[in-house]
Design a protein around this ligand. Structure first.
Ligand code: PEP
Ligand code: MN
Length: 337
C-alpha cells in the first residue's frame, strides 16, 4: 500500500502516520517528493485494512497495491479450477453448463414439467427457488422446504443436478439435504457470515454478483468461501444496477474475460435477471458464450404468463429449445474459430 500525504502535511502528521503503520506490525518507508510525501507500506502478506490510516490528519489517499483476495486469484493459483456438480462440470475446454428452470418452485407438477423441458432441450442442470428474495414483502416468497422436495423429485426424475438459493444460515441444513449446489443470490453476495458458513461445507457454491458490487468486491466475496476451505465456487454475472432503465439491470459482459484472466474460478452468466426481458435473453446468452462464459443460467417456465415470479424474463419450452439449438451451432463455430 502507498499512503499519499497532502502537500501541506506537517512533519508531525507524517510521523503520526509512520507510527500508525508500525503499530500494525508493518514497515513504513517515507518517499519525499517535490510536491508531497508518500509513505510506502511494506511487510504485509495481503490486503491492508487502511480504515484508521485513511482518516489520520494530513493523509490525502491510500493506494492499494495488493488485492483483497488471494486464494481466488490466478496469480496465486494459475491452473483453472473445474467445479463438478454430479454430471455437470464447469471449466475450461468443457461444453458450457446450461442451468435452466423456473424462477420459483410453484408446485410438484410445474417443477416436473419444467425439468422435463430442460432435459429434453439438452440442459445440464435444473434451477428453482424455494426461498425467494423478493423486493416487496407482499410478493410470493417461495414454498420453502416443501419446494425443495419438489425440486429434488424433479431433478431425480430427469437425472439433472439441482441448484437453489439459500438466504440464511438457518436454511442451510434443509437446502444441503435437497440440493446439489448452493446458490448465494445477488442480495446476499456480501452476507459475510453466510459466505463463511457455506465455505465450511462440501457443497459446490454458485455465487451471484451483487447488483452494486465491483469486480474486486465480487472476487473478495468468493475469497470468503474459499478461505474457509470450500474451493468449489462458480461465479455468476447477473447484471448490475446502472442509470439505464430499459433493461432490469445492465449485463456487464466484460467481467467474463476479466474474471477468466484474474481468477481461476469458472464464471457463468444469467441473462434472464440481467435483462428482465424474454426477447433479450437468447441474444445475450449467446453473447455471454462468445465472451467466454463457462455456462448460463436461464429462467424457463412451462407457462410464463402464469408464473408467480419473473414471468416476463422466462422462456417457455419452445423458446428454450430454440435457444439450445442455437447454442449447439454456436459451440461448433467457437470450436473452430
Ligand atoms: C435467482 O436466480 O433466483 C435470483 C433471485 O437472482 P439474483 O440473486 O441474481 O437476483
Ligand atoms: Mn428470478
Amino acid at each position: 500500500m502507498l499512503i499519499v500525504m497532502h502537500h501541506s502535511a506537517s512533519e508531525e502528521q507524517i510521523d503520526q502516520v509512520i507510527s500508525a503503520v508500525q503499530s500494525m506490525g508493518l514497515q513504513a518507508e517515507p518517499i519525499p517528493g517535490s510536491l508531497r510525501t508518500a509513505i510506502g507500506v511494506l511487510g504485509n502478506q495481503g490486503y491492508v485494512d487502511d480504515s484508521t490510516i485513511r482518516n489520520l490528519p494530513g493523509v490525502r489517499e491510500t493506494i492499494h497495491v495488493s488485492k483483497p483476495y488471494k486464494l481466488v486469484s490466478r496469480d496465486f493459483h494459475p491452473a483453472s479450477t473445474e467445479v463438478t456438480v454430479r454430471s455437470a462440470v464447469f471449466g475450461d475446454n468443457r461444453p458450457p453448463v446450461i442451468i435452466a428452470g423456473p424462477c420459483s418452485i410453484e408446485s410438484e407438477e410445474q417443477m416436473l414439467e419444467a425439468a422435463r423441458t430442460v432435459k429434453a432441450a439438452g440442459g445440464q442442470m435444473l434451477r428453482g427457488g424455494a426461498f425467494k428474495p423478493r423486493t416487496g414483502p407482499h410478493s410470493f416468497q417461495g414454498l420453502g422446504v416443501e419446494g425443495l422436495k419438489y425440486l429434488r423429485l424433479a431433478g431425480d426424475a430427469t437425472e439433472l443436478p439441482v441448484v437453489t438459493e439459500v438466504m440464511r444460515i438457518e436454511q442451510l441444513d434443509a437446502v444441503c439435504k435437497h440440493a446439489d449446489m448452493l446458490q448465494i443470490g445477488a442480495r446476499n453476495m456480501q452476507n459475510f457470515d453466510l459466505l463463511k458458513e457455506v465455505g465450511r461445507l462440501d457443497h459446490p457454491v454458485l455465487l451471484k454478483r451483487g447488483m452494486s458490487a465491483t469486480l474486486e468486491e465480487f472476487l473478495a466475496a468468493a475469497e470468503y468461501i474459499v478461505a474457509e476451505g470450500n474451493g468449489n465456487v462458480v461465479l455468476c454475472e447477473r447484471g448490475i444496477r446502472t442509470f439505464e432503465r430499459a433493461t432490469r439491470n445492465t449485463l456487464d459482459l466484460s467481467v467474463v474475460p476479466l474474471i477468466r484472466d484474474m481468477s481461476h474460478l469458472p464464471i457463468i452468466v444469467d441473462p434472464s435477471h440481467a435483462t428482465g426481458k424474454r426477447s433479450l435473453v437468447p441474444v445475450m446468452a449467446k453473447a455471454a458464450l462468445v465472451a467466454g462464459a463457462h455456462g448460463l443460467m436461464i429462467e424457463v417456465h412451462p407457462d410464463p404468463a402464469t408464473a408467480l415470479c419473473d414471468g416476463a424474463q422466462s422462456l417457455d419450452g419452445d423458446g428454450f429449445s430454440a435457444l439450445m439449438g442455437q447454442i449447439g451451432g454456436l459451440q461448433d463455430y467457437l470450436r473452430t474459430h
